[in-house]
Design a protein around this ligand. Structure first.
Ligand code: NDP
Ligand code: 8X3
Length: 250
């Protein structure tokens, strides 16, 4: 039997790591990418080199991305599913106090790298009538204090997904945007520069989305019958909802 192959970015932590586990358990091969090579090697040690290929590179490094693609082992070279998950938020300051370098890193990672890998894999995804699942966020739809560029990158991801879907009309390629709300991963640790107390405080008493919840959602989307396309999935913990507008009286 020919196994299907998924390329999952951001596989060293959170949603990506859980999605690797879900797809390997479901019988797929996985190309697992991220910068932290030791975590990728642990995945290979756990599941075997015939099921997981570790691709350690920074997604902002286009040359490394292309070299990784060109050097894929034969068994992993036919990609059926791209899960564009690698991403990050940096900082919670309002725009007027934000760090420009952090803004640029978010754009380079969440937007530029995502479109670069998508562009690279599109020919073979079309050839194999494959699928793309882009991990966006509710931050792309709902403004909140300090969301500024992070929310902007995710609005891009959501709209790019829907535009891809239109361009790919008739190819059989399925395209989905997954837009989660609050989920407990390393996300807040990264956003706050390693502040574990701030991360714990954010999630305390909320029962946030888990990485496994997202992995199960991606698995469901990718394994629907080929005539069905889930355009977008917006999901929140029950304990999170949208609130109203603000008014300043001068
Ligand atoms: P984590 O911080 O746990 O995981 C982020 C992953 O992205 C890591 O595997 C990290 O790998 C990878 N990554 C980040 N920067 C780079 C880079 N330059 N090159 C390669 N890989 C990179 O967070 P989540 O699992 O929560 O985040 C996954 C996605 O989900 C992100 O796109 C995030 O924006 C989105 N999201 C998260 C939500 C949440 O509340 N947690 C809600 C909605 C969306 P490494 O550091 O090893 O390179
Ligand atoms: C992560 C969700 O609400 O923290 O994308 O921005 S949120």
């Amino acid at each position: 039997m020919t196994l299907k192959t998924a390329w999952i970015t951001g596989a060293t932590s959170g949603f990506g790591a859980a999605t690797v586990e879900r797809f390997v358990a479901g019988g797929w091969r996985v190309i697992a990418s991220g910068r932290r090579i030791e975590r990728l090697q642990q995945l290979v040690a756990r599941h075997g080199a015939e099921r997981v290929h570790a691709a350690a590179f920074d997604v902002r490094d286009e040359a490394a991305m292309r070299a990784t693609h060109a050097d894929l082992p034969h068994a992993f070279a036919g990609i059926d599913l791209l899960v564009n998950n690698a991403g990050l938020a940096l900082g919670t300051a309002p725009a007027q106090r934000a760090d420009l370098a952090q803004w640029k890193q978010m754009i380079d990672t969440n937007v530029t790298a995502l479109v670069t890998l998508t562009h690279l894999l599109l020919p073979q995804l079309i050839e194999r009538r494959g699928a793309i699942v882009n991990i966006s966020s509710i931050a792309g739809s709902y403004p909140y204090m300090g969301g500024n560029v992070y929310g902007g990158t995710k609005a891009f991801v959501s709209q790019f997904t829907q535009n891809l879907r239109t361009d790919l009309h008739g190819t059989g390629v399925r395209v989905t945007s997954v837009e989660p709300g609050m989920a407990e991963t390393e996300f807040t640790l990264v956003r706050t520069g390693g502040d574990q107390a701030a991360s714990d405080q954010l999630y305390a008493g909320v029962q946030p989305i888990t990485a496994d919840d997202i992995a199960d959602t991606v698995w469901w989307i990718a394994n629907l019958p080929p005539h069905l396309n889930v355009n977008r999935v917006e999901m929140m913990p029950v304990n999170q909802s949208a609130a109203g507008l603000q008014v300043h009286r001068g």
